[in-house]
Design a binder for this molecule. Structure first.
Ligand SMILES: C[S@@+](CC[C@H](N)C(=O)[O-])C[C@H]1O[C@@H](n2cnc3c(N)ncnc32)[C@H](O)[C@@H]1O
Length: 284
């Protein structure tokens, strides 16, 4: 395992730096592309009026606002994230929508002072812990007896052409990269079902249920091919590969992405398969 302290520091820097600012800028687009995922997660979580919910790695509030509406004025949502810019965006959206039952907390969910939650959720926010067993054990202690947990995470890259197709298009343009450790903190850290199960049970959660969620994701968010190209260069691995590359390399890589995505145009949408785990468990 990589040094957890160093990887936590790296995550803090990324989500408060380029990663967080890009997510804020792309929030509307990303929320549209991932709307069917959010709906599936909310259906799994089934928040009820009056519940106290912890939304882990809430970002700009993709599901937080819906959770807050569902639990209503007698319920409450603690929205925890390490990213100041993303929390600020979430808070601004909540204020604009007149939603007042959310606490926006800038904190590491692996160590924050948290207590008494009936429901714990996360939309793609639990794959970044340096020490996942310790993090989920800490989160377990924040759960009330009988609390439910529901989160969504990505299955492997090879099952996610929405990301793999742009990566394959860019790869010939950039220097070769060392093979990534599949369990290193990052978007695919929970791709392996057995690992997710092992982490959660070692952390004191009931053996989880993992259901496959397969959806064609519109990476154009209904705004056409060029928008899909921009999104592919801004979010995820391609963005880090292209950062700091000479302008001519970026131009050539973008042209290759456009060519690769053109095959998936469907009217104003650009649809490619996405593969996720819907994970549910309970405080054991
Ligand atoms: C991929 S984004 C998902 C954001 C949002 N939930 C969504 O679905 O749009 C991952 C989020 O997890 C947050 N995050 C990463 N590590 C965290 C930690 N240890 N504690 C709390 N949040 C964390 C990041 O700051 C980021 O907002």
């Amino acid at each position: 395992m990589a040094d957890p302290t160093q990887s936590n520091a790296d995550q803090l820097a990324f989500w408060n730096g380029p990663g967080g600012h890009t997510w804020v800028a792309r929030q509307q687009h990303t929320d549209i592309s991932l709307a069917p995922v959010s709906q599936a997660l909310l259906a799994l979580a089934a928040p009820r009026a009056g519940e106290r919910v912890l939304d882990i790695g809430c970002g700009c509030g993709a599901i937080t606002l819906e959770l807050a509406r569902a639990v209503g004025p007698t319920g409450h949502v603690a929205a925890v994230d390490i990213s100041a810019p993303m929390l600020a965006e979430g808070k601004a959206r909540a204020e604009a929508a007149g939603i007042a039952n959310v606490d926006w907390m800038q904190a590491d969910a692996a160590t924050a002072a948290l207590d008494g939650f009936d429901l714990l959720t996360s939309s793609f926010g639990v794959m970044f812990f340096g020490d996942p067993v310790a993090a989920f054990a800490h989160i377990r202690r924040a759960a009330s007896p009988g609390a439910r947990m529901a989160f969504v995470c990505w299955r492997p890259l090879t099952e996610n052409p929405w990301m793999e197709v742009p990566m394959r298009a860019v790869a010939p343009h950039v220097p070769p990269r060392p093979k990534a450790n599949p369990q290193a903190p990052g978007m695919f850290a929970f791709a392996d079902a057995q690992r997710v199960s092992d982490v959660l049970t070692a952390a004191g959660w009931a053996p989880p249920r993992l259901d496959k969620l397969d959806l064609d994701l519109d990476i154009a968010a209904g705004r056409g091919l060029e928008e899909a190209v921009v999104q592919s260069t801004q979010i995820g691995v391609v963005n880090s590969w292209l950062r700091g590359q000479p302008a001519e390399v970026v131009t050539a890589a973008v042209a290759s992405i456009r060519e690769a995505l053109a095959a998936h145009v469907d009217g104003a949408s650009v649809r490619l398969p996405g593969a996720m785990w819907l994970v549910s468990s309970a405080a054991a």
